[in-house]
Design a protein around this ligand. Sequence first.
Ligand code: SF4
Length: 93
Amino acid sequence: MRLKCIGKYLKDQGLNIAGVNALFSIIPCWILRPCDMSDRIECEAYTSIKSPCWMASNKGLKCRNTDCRECEVYKLPEQCTGPKEFIKLITNT
Ligand code: SF4
């Protein structure tokens, strides 16, 4: 499902791999899966936009021992909306 969606972004939406990575990197996981400021300042997902939170090498305490594949943030891209709809989805929640 996830790969199909990435394929759709590449083929139909004109994004390249870097664009897909950037899109997933702006998901505000610290809001969607609330964590406090002390967690955020230690977390690469909050301090950097290099990669999606699930690929961060240095995660905050709340995510450190969590299986990302079970997380609602990780599953968001599987809704497979267009880039604009995706941004609306992550900013309206
Ligand atoms: S558990 Fe994983 S996917 Fe969920 S917010 Fe934390 S790092 Fe991101």
